[in-house]
Design a protein. Structure first.
Length: 95
């Protein structure tokens, strides 16, 4: 889905602050999470004026927290952490 006058990017930081103005000293209004798609309408002095695809929120994001390459996900995480097992046996003690 292409939006007129905007190009897609993807958030590459674990959490990227969205600001009301293109400055790190301006008020943070929301956050974008790793892998979120954003639509960029303009760039200026290392800042992106963008819109979050998920909820349509608009704001400014540091350009270093996003990437042009937007790839389709290959995996989906259901939990944030889990045990690591030394063998492919669920009854083995976690490492």
């Amino acid at each position: 889905m292409q939006k007129p006058g905007k190009h897609p990017m993807e958030i590459t930081d674990p959490v990227a602050a969205m600001h009301g103005e293109p400055s790190s000293s301006s008020r943070q209004t929301t956050q974008a999470l790793f892998g979120e798609k954003i639509w960029v309408s303009e760039t200026h002095d290392g800042w992106l004026h963008c819109q979050l695809e998920r909820d349509g929120y608009e704001g400014h994001n540091a350009a270093v927290s996003a990437s042009e390459s937007t790839e389709a996900p290959t995996h989906r995480l259901a939990v944030h952490s889990t045990f690591t097992y030394p063998q492919t046996e669920i009854k083995a003690h976690p490492a």
